[in-house]
Design a protein around this ligand. Sequence first.
Ligand code: C2E
Ligand code: MG
Ligand code: MG
Ligand code: MG
Length: 287
Amino acid sequence: RAKAAGGNRYEMADDAADARAITRHSLTTALPAALERGEFFVEYQPLVRLGDGSVRGAEALVRWSHPQHGILGPDRFIPLAEHTGLIVPLGRWVLDQSVRQAREWQRLFGADEDVLRVNVNLSPCQLHHPRLVAETVEILERTGLEPGALCLEVTESALIGADDDLLKPLRRLAEMGVDIALDDFGTGYSNLANLRRLPVSVLKLDRSFTQGMQQFPADPVDLKIVEGIVSLAHSLDLAVTVEGVETGAQADQLRELGCDTAQGWYYARPGPADQVRALSLVDAASG
Ligand code: C2E
Ligand code: MG
Ligand code: MG
Ligand code: MG
């Protein structure tokens, strides 16, 4: 009996694996038409200054409104788009949307780049694409957004072992005034010495660090690690943003540890651009 049941379970697992493979395949082949039909949309999650709680900007996070499967998160389709190369036009579309949105916020709140900026994720394929710099410049010029209001997020793993050829476009963008953030910092092979040669101005501490602070009292070793990263970052003139802040206690702790900016459900979930606008209006009214 046990054996039969085991056999059944095995069959079920196999079916599930098949179903996942079929879904992956059908999602992959549906990607180009989905981009053409406008099935993708961007949500924005506010980034908040820990010092005074004001809105610093927002991270653009892409979603797919799939006609059969409903709303799909990026983890479901970004890897597929990276595999087929569709990430290049999709990423360009996200950048265009986000930059135009940031320009719109500036129309509402003033063009000071310190008012609201937008963070956009770049995948490794986009980094390798020869037209990244030209297209970014084209989008900024067409919309009239100053480069300092744009922050491009690149994961640490994308830059592992990056040679100068790969870093060149990022350097060009940084020289123009675009901020470059190292996303998911601390999850990979964090080569701290390597930080000095990367053209980054922001470290985004991965959610795993903030998760370690969920329990009370927080793990003292986690606190020491974050404290160390923050002091290293600041000594290299890098700002520190923390991801995944879910409670006020975490926010207090991270502020004490010297983190500059925070992002997470405690402040707001990713949502429509209007949410960022509404939160900024609250700021403007109280500040
Ligand atoms: P990420 O850049 O590290 O983005 C942060 C993720 O953490 C987002 O997941 C966000 O919804 C989630 N998050 C934010 N606050 C909290 C919190 O307090 N608690 C928890 N548990 N989660 C929180 P999301 O939207 O599913 O995006 C996942 C990843 O997909 C992103 O990770 C990013 O790497 C990638 N991604 C999203 N949009 C794009 C895009 O336009 N282009 C590329 N290349 N990648 C993208
Ligand atoms: Mg990101
Ligand atoms: Mg991140
Ligand atoms: Mg992350």
